[in-house]
Design a protein around this ligand. Structure first.
Ligand code: PRP
Ligand code: URA
Length: 209
């Protein structure tokens, strides 16, 4: 059964406050999203397996640990998920990056898929699907469906802000998935926006609208 983790690290919470503020401009917003993605990646990789190797330090021989070659994949949901990729790659530069393009139909709020490009060895990788916002949950559920349909076996979902409705939707559709959240908010409004949220993540990242 998948678990839900809400990160309470003070640095993550502090930066999230500035991400939420409506006066935060595009440049600062983008930098803060990047920084929080790095901090979340630090927490999310806590369970990566290690192995011992023999090394020489300037002083003596030693047995020391390295990551034991786990194959990782990062899957941003376009567009807004792209804002989190570089922050994660700073810590795990060997990860491959796939892309899933989805937009939420403004009338129905249902996700519409327009692009999928994944690493070729999908079955062997551990994936982290990233998107700043988990609102109704439609986009996350669809992206995870898309990955599973192509053979992915190990998937985590990571977002900055989630609504309770979206968390329930993902848990119901994909009970095997762990969900990692920086801020769990109150609710969705009548337009499907997270309250208090941060507004439209894609528009704030890229200065559109
Ligand atoms: C936003 C956000 C998520 C989705 C969340 O993307 O980045 O992908 O909405 O909403 P949901 O949980 O109700 O599906 P949007 O559709 O606005 O596309 P964009 O990233 O291209 O702006
Ligand atoms: N997508 C966003 O960008 N923001 C929301 O609050 C909900 C969906």
């Amino acid at each position: 059964m998948g678990k839900v983790y809400v990160f309470d690290h003070p640095l993550i919470q502090h930066k999230l406050t500035y991400i939420r503020k409506k006066g935060t401009g595009t440049k600062d917003f983008r930098e803060l999203v990047d920084e929080v993605a790095t901090l979340m990646a630090f927490e999310i990789t806590r369970d990566l397996p290690l192995e011992d190797i023999e090394i020489d330090t300037p002083v003596s021989k030693a047995t020391s640990k390295i990551l034991s070659g786990k194959k990782l994949g990062i899957i941003p949901i376009l567009r807004a998920g792209l804002g989190m990729v570089d922050g994660i790659l700073k810590l795990i530069p060997a990860a491959k990056v796939g892309h899933i393009g989805l937009y939420r139909d403004p009338e129905t709020l249902k996700p519409v898929e327009y692009y999928v490009k994944l690493p070729s060895d999908v079955e062997e990788r551990d994936f982290i699907v990233v998107d700043p916002m988990l609102a109704t949950g439609g986009s996350a559920v669809e992206a995870i469906n898309s990955l599973k349909k192509r053979g992915a076996k190990s998937i985590k979902f990571m977002c900055l802000i989630a609504a309770p409705e979206g968390v329930e939707e993902v848990k119901t559709a994909h009970p095997d998935i762990d969900i990692f959240i920086a801020g769990l908010d109150e609710k969705l409004n009548e337009k499907g926006y997270i309250v208090p949220g941060l507004g439209d993540a894609g528009d704030r990242l890229y200065g559109t609208k």
